[in-house]
Design a protein around this ligand. Structure first.
Ligand code: ATP
Ligand code: MG
Length: 396
């Protein structure tokens, strides 16, 4: 076997955009598989075929599993339409594999082919049954042999690997995610990526007042998430000095909201530079004092940009389970010194009033603070896979 058949599902629903979606998916697969033994990648009649050179398919599988827009994919063999040739090829690849029972499940990509799917199932299935002596079980077979008839030949495969789902990267536009290094925001970023958005990361840190730990964590998270979108940018914003200014004039219980509003203003400036259309946060209603509905509303009023909160209605354990699944959880729980714990009281107000925030902010030179933070930003680039000539931080 030297092919992989990639199936997309949701894409099929997208009408006129479909060819564009498929083109992006193919392009994305080409980049994701760079450096591996892949001969060609092409779209044929509702699926994508990847032709492999010689080598193991494990590395290929691992990379494809992270590409969004794929429902499932299979390691497959190719043959002509001839039922005898097809059955022999399947038998050769089955080798000495055993199965209690089996069935053949066939589809035709082109309805003009001169045979029906049930005919393929019956005839090829019959030849395999004779050769192997296996029992046919149509309802609950131990092994399903899939056959897909295409105009220029057939694919066969014995199992399906789940794909990452979602939509191909690049189909959803650009967004900027405020990435804290906690558990929630990496999951929020992942969710937008899965919907086809390209996510730009923005992290606020209080180095040198606090350690560099949060930056290190966020870099690791950015590198991990880059395996999905293949190219990322991370903006590291020094926030400690701004916090020191806030502390001088803002009452302790209002500080978290003032910090968050500053973050959003800075994030908006950076996002516009990068032509992002929305900001993304990992906020969840009721999780902490700054995330009551009242406070979240006032925080979002600091920006004219759309603020997307993909986790807003989730429980912490659901978010943690998703963080485990995508691999960010172990990084997120490494202790760090988040800038938001700096100069923040243990009991911030859960219900700030618009007027008191406006008054607190009037004592600050907000525009200058935002401008100086934006000026001092440090940009980092991440790429996956890292190919010789490309610049950026290696993601391995
Ligand atoms: P998280 O687990 O994402 O840190 P959290 O439950 O700790 O979330 P908060 O710390 O209140 O919640 O942060 C709410 C959201 O604000 C975060 O999900 C993130 O999007 C953003 N945010 C908070 N701190 C930072 C930071 N230092 N840098 C970038 N974004 C941040
Ligand atoms: Mg946090």
């Amino acid at each position: 076997m030297n092919a992989i058949v990639v199936h997309y599902k949701e894409l099929a629903l997208k009408g006129k955009n479909r060819p564009w979606f498929i083109r992006l998916l193919v392009r994305h697969l080409k980049v994701a598989l760079a450096g591996l033994h892949v001969r060609s990648i092409r779209s044929i009649m509702g699926r994508i075929e990847i032709e492999l050179g010689s080598g193991s398919w494990d590395a290929v599988r691992e990379r494809i599993a992270r590409v969004f827009g794929i429902a499932n994919f299979s390691y497959a063999g190719r043959s002509s339409h001839d039922f005898h040739e097809l059955a022999s090829a399947i038998l050769a690849d089955l080798g000495d594999r055993r199965a209690e029972s089996f069935r053949v499940s066939a589809t035709r990509a082109d309805k003009r082919l001169p045979f029906t799917s049930p005919q393929v199932e019956r005839d090829v299935g019959g030849l395999i049954k004779v050769a192997k002596g296996w029992r046919v079980d149509l309802d609950d077979p131990a092994l399903t042999i899939h056959i897909e008839m295409l105009p220029d030949g057939a694919f066969y495969f014995f199992g399906k690997e789940p794909g990452a789902g979602g939509l191909p990267t690049g189909t959803g536009g650009r967004v900027a995610c405020l990435l804290s290094g906690g558990i929630d925001s990496p999951v929020a970023a992942y969710r937008l990526m899965r919907r086809g958005c390209t996510v730009f990361f923005i992290h606020f840190h209080a180095y040198p007042i606090l350690s560099r730990a949060s930056q290190e964590k966020v870099r690791e998270i950015a590198a991990l998430l880059t395996k999905h979108q293949l190219r990322s940018r991370l903006a590291l914003v020094g926030f400690g000095e701004l916090q020191q200014k806030v502390v001088l004039s803002v009452r302790p219980e209002l500080r978290v909201v003032v910090y968050r509003r500053l973050m959003l203003r800075i994030a908006e400036r950076l996002a516009r530079r990068w032509h992002a259309r929305a900001l993304v946060t990992g906020e969840v209603i009721g999780q902490v004092a700054s995330q009551t509905l009242d406070n979240m509303t006032i925080i979002a009023e600091a920006t004219g940009m759309e603020v997307l909160r993909p986790l807003v209605g989730m429980d912490k354990d659901e978010i943690s389970a998703e963080a485990e699944r995508i691999g960010t959880f172990p990084i997120s729980i490494i202790p760090d010194q988040d800038c938001c714990t700096l100069f923040t009281p243990r009991h911030p107000s859960t219900r700030v009033r618009r007027e008191e925030i406006a008054e607190a902010e009037s004592a600050l030179s907000i525009d200058e603070m935002v401008a100086s933070a934006v000026d001092g930003v440090v940009m980092e680039e991440f790429r996956f896979p890292l190919i010789e000539s490309s610049a950026g931080r290696a993601v391995t």
